[in-house]
Design a protein around this ligand. Sequence first.
Ligand SMILES: Nc1ncnc2c1ncn2[C@@H]1O[C@H](COP(=O)(O)OP(=O)(O)OP(=O)(O)O)[C@@H](O)[C@H]1O
Length: 263
Amino acid sequence: MPDRDDEEEGQMDGPVLRAQGLAKEFRGFRAVDGVDLDVAEGSVHALVGPNGAGKTTLFNLLTGFLKPTAGRIMLGDRDLTGRRPEQVARLGVARSFQITSLFPQMTPREHLELALAGATGLTWRFWRTERLLDRYADRAAELLSEVGLSAHAGTPAGTLAYGHKRALELALALALDPRVLLLDEPTAGMGVEDIDRTVELVRKVRAGRTVVMVEHNMSVVSSLADRVTVLQSGRVLVEGPYAEIRHDPRVISAYLGDPHAED
Ligand SMILES: Nc1ncnc2c1ncn2[C@@H]1O[C@H](COP(=O)(O)OP(=O)(O)OP(=O)(O)O)[C@@H](O)[C@H]1O
């Protein structure tokens, strides 16, 4: 018997983020082709798959950066389908941006104050008003401490080490206080030490949150993910806990590029 209360709240043990029949076509080519995805509240859910599987496209759909050709995206009982990225973010699905979106001259503290001001609806023309930004100083300091950047709060972002830039991106997403945090390859381009640090960081920030991440590094996936969705050719190939999917012959074939993998 379905538990109506839980369903109506759109949370508890039900999915907090749900995609149904999601598709994206680029000039007739289906990069995402009828994906169903249920992300449970409080879980870390990894999206994996070989190159070109549609992970980035799916991420862009979930965050409003692309509009779906078909299908529906729900956050709890709210329909996110077709909403713009800033609306999606404000409703509670925030994405950790790429380093290219950082301003090299601005410090982590300034980035965060600006993000916090933006999250509360203040527009750009207000951001230099010192008193308004002071309001966000405490929260910015907290977020910097959460991601281990306190010692670099006043360093221009352009001169930060790679791992620290990625930590700043994460803090910027957390500034939105999201219900669902999307991480796009959080360990991409990192050496072993930074990867370990990032795994610890994600462990820490996941508390009380739901995380969806695209991640190529399977050891990172095994350390962090409660559930894994494996995509191939725009479709869900397999879904389940990492311990189960890692032995699945379809997954192994997909990664080895077996042309009969879908059989
Ligand atoms: N804007 C676009 N126009 C046309 N084709 C696109 C576009 N974006 C993605 N594609 C195609 O859609 C498919 C899926 O791409 P996508 O980047 O989502 O895969 P991915 O799983 O993220 O791959 P990777 O692991 O290499 O990042 C690819 O074949 C890609 O060439």
